[in-house]
Write a protein that binds this ligand. Structure first.
Ligand code: SF4
Ligand code: SF4
Length: 68
Protein backbone atom coordinates (compact mmCIF):
# COMPACT_ATOMS: atom_id res chain seq x y z
CA UNK A 1 0.00 0.00 0.00
CA UNK A 2 1.94 2.98 -1.22
CA UNK A 3 0.33 6.37 -1.31
CA UNK A 4 3.78 7.89 -1.53
CA UNK A 5 4.98 5.77 -4.44
CA UNK A 6 3.29 4.98 -7.70
CA UNK A 7 4.06 5.11 -11.41
CA UNK A 8 3.62 8.14 -13.59
CA UNK A 9 3.33 7.44 -17.30
CA UNK A 10 4.74 9.92 -19.79
CA UNK A 11 2.16 9.60 -22.54
CA UNK A 12 4.36 11.49 -24.97
CA UNK A 13 6.71 8.48 -24.84
CA UNK A 14 4.29 5.58 -24.18
CA UNK A 15 3.64 3.40 -27.24
CA UNK A 16 0.78 1.45 -25.63
CA UNK A 17 2.55 -1.91 -25.64
CA UNK A 18 0.89 -2.76 -22.28
CA UNK A 19 4.01 -4.52 -21.04
CA UNK A 20 3.63 -2.70 -17.73
CA UNK A 21 -0.05 -3.58 -17.46
CA UNK A 22 0.64 -7.25 -18.15
CA UNK A 23 3.58 -7.35 -15.78
CA UNK A 24 2.26 -5.73 -12.62
CA UNK A 25 0.65 -8.33 -10.34
CA UNK A 26 -1.02 -5.69 -8.15
CA UNK A 27 -3.61 -4.30 -10.55
CA UNK A 28 -2.21 -0.79 -10.41
CA UNK A 29 -2.98 -0.31 -14.11
CA UNK A 30 -6.07 -0.62 -16.24
CA UNK A 31 -6.28 -0.09 -19.98
CA UNK A 32 -7.76 3.24 -21.00
CA UNK A 33 -10.09 3.89 -23.92
CA UNK A 34 -7.08 4.88 -26.04
CA UNK A 35 -5.46 1.50 -25.39
CA UNK A 36 -2.79 2.92 -23.14
CA UNK A 37 -2.37 2.00 -19.48
CA UNK A 38 -3.83 4.21 -16.78
CA UNK A 39 -2.77 4.22 -13.14
CA UNK A 40 -6.07 3.50 -11.44
CA UNK A 41 -4.98 1.95 -8.16
CA UNK A 42 -1.87 3.81 -7.02
CA UNK A 43 -2.48 2.59 -3.48
CA UNK A 44 -1.74 -0.97 -4.66
CA UNK A 45 1.76 -0.07 -5.84
CA UNK A 46 4.62 -1.45 -3.77
CA UNK A 47 6.88 1.24 -2.39
CA UNK A 48 10.24 1.37 -4.18
CA UNK A 49 9.26 -1.31 -6.69
CA UNK A 50 10.56 -0.39 -10.13
CA UNK A 51 9.40 -3.48 -11.96
CA UNK A 52 7.32 -1.75 -14.58
CA UNK A 53 9.93 0.95 -15.14
CA UNK A 54 12.59 -1.68 -15.84
CA UNK A 55 10.57 -3.42 -18.52
CA UNK A 56 9.11 -0.41 -20.28
CA UNK A 57 10.83 -0.39 -23.69
CA UNK A 58 10.72 3.40 -24.06
CA UNK A 59 11.47 4.57 -20.50
CA UNK A 60 8.07 6.18 -20.15
CA UNK A 61 7.64 5.37 -16.45
CA UNK A 62 8.85 7.42 -13.53
CA UNK A 63 7.51 7.43 -9.98
CA UNK A 64 5.71 9.80 -7.75
CA UNK A 65 7.86 9.87 -4.65
CA UNK A 66 11.24 9.22 -6.23
CA UNK A 67 14.14 11.49 -5.49
CA UNK A 68 15.40 13.37 -8.48
S1 SF4 B 1 6.15 -0.27 -9.50
FE1 SF4 B 1 5.77 -2.47 -9.21
S2 SF4 B 1 3.88 -2.58 -8.02
FE2 SF4 B 1 4.03 -0.50 -8.82
S3 SF4 B 1 2.87 -0.52 -10.72
FE3 SF4 B 1 5.00 -0.98 -11.28
S4 SF4 B 1 5.19 -3.22 -11.23
FE4 SF4 B 1 3.30 -2.66 -10.17
S1 SF4 C 1 5.48 -0.50 -20.83
FE1 SF4 C 1 5.91 1.67 -21.27
S2 SF4 C 1 5.39 1.94 -23.44
FE2 SF4 C 1 4.48 0.01 -22.78
S3 SF4 C 1 2.39 0.60 -22.19
FE3 SF4 C 1 3.66 0.68 -20.32
S4 SF4 C 1 4.32 2.82 -20.17
FE4 SF4 C 1 3.58 2.50 -22.26
Amino acid sequence: MAKNWYPIIDYSKCIGCLTCYNFCPHKVFEVGSDGKPVVVRPENCIELCRGCQRICPVEAITYFGEKK
